[in-house]
Design a protein around this ligand. Sequence first.
Ligand SMILES: [Zn+2]
Length: 220
Amino acid sequence: MQNISKEDYLSAIYKHREIDGTIKANQIAEKLSISNAAVTDMLKKLANDGFVDYRRYKGIKLTNNGEEYAKNMVRRHRIWEVFLHQIVGMPWDKVHEEAHNLEHGASNELINRMEEMLDFPAFDPHGDPIPSKEGIVPKQKKNIPLGLLKEKGKVKVVRVNDFDEGFLNYLSKIGIELDKEIQVKEILEFDHSILIEVNGKETNISSTIAANIFVEEKKV
Ligand SMILES: [Zn+2]
């Protein structure tokens, strides 16, 4: 089994909260694919070290210290992702794993220099916000999951969930990337799949896929 570090726990809590609000111990276990007992042990340790506020059966909260720590880890991770994507030319489905291996090793100076070289990107290749050196988190434009769209028309991709390489790889195959314009042609009532057109090609995507793509509605 892979070694899961304190950093991984704190990042997981932080990232979950970015999207869904508070997190419970069993959700962390699920996210990191480890046992509930292992998570409980680590949470006690993190609480002792002052990184999380943890009470059984209640949600887990990052303390100010934990928040600062996690934010910096997430920042490092996402700057690496932009670097690997833009400079090295790696596809968006490959950068997460590589960035994960690199984020721990680099000095703050290297991260800051990379950020400057990349011209201070606000979002990573999946559309997740990159906290600044001062800890300021860029605001995402108003968006909704493609699956919750009520009307046909043009939309723009502003974020995708990055937890699964296969999912991201599939999106690339059908031409979906960040900032891409999608034409929604039909929303099928009976199975909630959606017929879209990208680059002049029609594809029917499942409701699961549509739930993990976030779009901004375009005014026509
Ligand atoms: Zn990412």
